[in-house]
Design a protein around this ligand. Sequence first.
Ligand code: HEC
Ligand code: HEC
Ligand code: HEC
Ligand code: HEC
Ligand code: HEC
Ligand code: HEC
Ligand code: HEC
Ligand code: HEC
Ligand code: HEC
Length: 333
Amino acid sequence: MTLWKSIFLLCIFLLAALYGCETLKSSKALIPIKEYERMLVGRIDANYIGTDRCLSACHSHDRIRRDFEASTMGVQMSGQSNMPQVNCESCHGPGSLAVENVTPELVAKDAAEAKETACKYDTFIDLKNLPSQAKSLLCLRCHSENATLNLHNWNAGAHALSDVSCFDCHNVHAGPSLITQPKDTRDMCLKCHQQQAAEFSLPSRHPLMEKKIFCTDCHDPHGTAGEGLLKEDTLKETCTRCHGEKEGPYAFEHADINDDCAACHSPHGSVNNNLLIVREPFLCLQCHQGHTTTDDASTRVSKGAYYTRCTDCHSQIHGSDLPSASGKGMFIN
Ligand code: HEC
Ligand code: HEC
Ligand code: HEC
Ligand code: HEC
Ligand code: HEC
Ligand code: HEC
Ligand code: HEC
Ligand code: HEC
Ligand code: HEC
């Protein structure tokens, strides 16, 4: 092999490798869980001191504390339930070093200068900058799949696999309620899913922008057993939960294609009426030949192009219980 040939091949290889890095998200090394656990221990030379000692000296975290104590998670701070106890240090790590120098004298002196006394933040776990798997593990220590059922498929879900962590959607200090309201999910999801934002702005669309339907009506962001994070086991079930009249069974089925609503519909939005992936008649002409009819439109005649809406006549396109004039299932009535 000539030198030039080798150099050329090397270049191709390097380009391919570079491209591979771009596209294969999973090509980076996976750290064993043990390493993530270690990150969550915090400073081993620090001790747990309890929320009261953490917060009694200065009042800068009063709002966080009030909100937290009122939340379902914070109720656990009372220690009255059988659930795992949650306090500030269960997430932020042991706090003794942080408040070491926070004496009543210092607080009084700072107050005199109209300053707030700061504890040593950098002795806590650096939650913000942890790798995403460690962030999620922080929550999963308590929210195991047994305790929180919808997390059953978390690890295999598209979000966990793409470095999205619990923190990206849940802010435990947002306020006294930790429950995610459907109305908050639109902005939560569209923040990352720009393409879907565009789809939901097309002329025919599910009314998501109008907050009449939500991403979580169809998807479970925590992971699901099936494809596409769909909430139900199949795509059809996902749709017929609201469009029950399309479920069937019918005396005359449109072969088995009615089981795949996405064979004809785009779930988020479309430039075509009725969320159709392709406009009529071309939608139907993908699988059928067009035809012409007699004047009274009751009988089919010769084959040939027919350029109008097929569903003007085949109006029961999802399936019908009544036969057509010739006694067959033609979805006409
Ligand atoms: C369930 C875990 C958890 C508990 C319990 C918890 N925190 Fe946090 N805290 C977090 C997370 C996660 C962040 C955000 C990290 C980031 O910026 O990504 C945070 C951020 C903060 C911040 C930074 C400012 C802010 O609002 O973002 C402060 C201050 C804070 N927590 C104080 C407290 C106090 C005080 C308590 C106890 C009343 C507490 N935390 C309990 C998880 C927790
Ligand atoms: C030390 C244990 C512990 C940790 C760590 C923890 N939680 Fe919790 N969390 C609980 C308990 C206990 C409850 C109340 C019982 C319940 O609803 O499951 C709760 C409740 C919640 C709720 C409200 C559930 C409801 O139905 O009201 C949300 C949301 C939540 N936690 C999110 C998080 C997130 C996000 C993290 C990680 C930043 C986290 N938790 C870390 C123990 C914990
Ligand atoms: C992509 C966004 C997203 C991620 C990532 C995510 N969640 Fe959620 N979570 C939601 C939404 C939205 C809900 C509201 C319930 C629903 O309709 O599915 C929710 C609901 C919950 C609830 C029930 C209480 C509530 O708010 O209704 C708990 C507990 C919870 N999540 C914990 C977690 C934990 C722990 C993680 C990380 C392992 C996590 N979530 C990751 C979006 C997310
Ligand atoms: C922090 C960014 C982020 C947020 C917030 C987020 N996602 Fe995602 N989501 C991703 C990434 C990254 C992927 C994987 C790459 C891809 O398919 O686009 C993904 C994938 C998906 C998929 C495709 C699953 C598959 O198997 O193809 C669905 C569905 C989805 N997200 C729904 C949601 C919903 C619903 C919400 C709001 C509750 C949400 N996402 C919030 C980043 C995010
Ligand atoms: C009416 C139900 C429905 C709603 C509402 C919905 N989706 Fe989907 N979504 C689907 C279906 C069905 C698929 C296709 C799944 C498949 O083919 O496996 C899908 C696919 C996706 C995918 C994978 C890529 C793609 O486009 O095929 C992402 C990402 C996604 N949805 C995000 C979102 C987000 C974000 C929202 C809210 C802004 C949302 N979806 C609202 C039904 C819905
Ligand atoms: C949570 C309920 C819900 C689910 C689930 C749902 N839809 Fe819808 N769908 C609606 C609503 C609401 C409308 C708007 C009705 C209106 O505007 O009168 C709609 C409208 C439609 C339309 C007509 C759109 C137009 O331009 O007039 C089609 C087609 C449709 N949905 C198909 C589907 C398919 C396919 C699925 C499964 C991927 C699905 N829907 C899942 C609630 C739902
Ligand atoms: C063979 C293609 C095809 C399949 C498969 C299909 N649809 Fe449709 N759908 C159409 C056409 C075409 C229209 C427009 C009908 C019209 O203009 O009269 C439509 C209209 C709709 C509408 C709005 C008008 C109405 O009748 O309410 C909804 C909702 C709908 N379909 C839901 C579904 C659901 C749910 C599934 C899966 C169970 C499904 N479709 C499967 C072709 C299909
Ligand atoms: C993805 C392919 C596909 C699409 C798209 C499709 N069909 Fe079909 N259609 C079929 C199959 C398969 C059958 C069953 C054929 C059979 O049993 O010989 C069928 C049966 C029919 C029949 C009954 C004919 C017979 O011989 O039993 C009519 C009428 C029909 N389709 C009309 C339509 C119309 C109108 C559209 C557009 C709105 C459409 N189809 C879209 C695949 C499709
Ligand atoms: C003016 C009404 C009308 C329109 C528009 C129409 N059809 Fe038909 N179609 C019929 C009638 C009537 C029959 C015969 C019914 C019977 O045999 O009982 C038929 C039969 C069929 C059959 C069964 C043919 C076979 O070989 O057995 C198919 C497939 C079909 N149409 C598809 C289409 C498609 C695709 C379009 C749109 C390009 C379309 N039709 C438009 C009225 C119409």
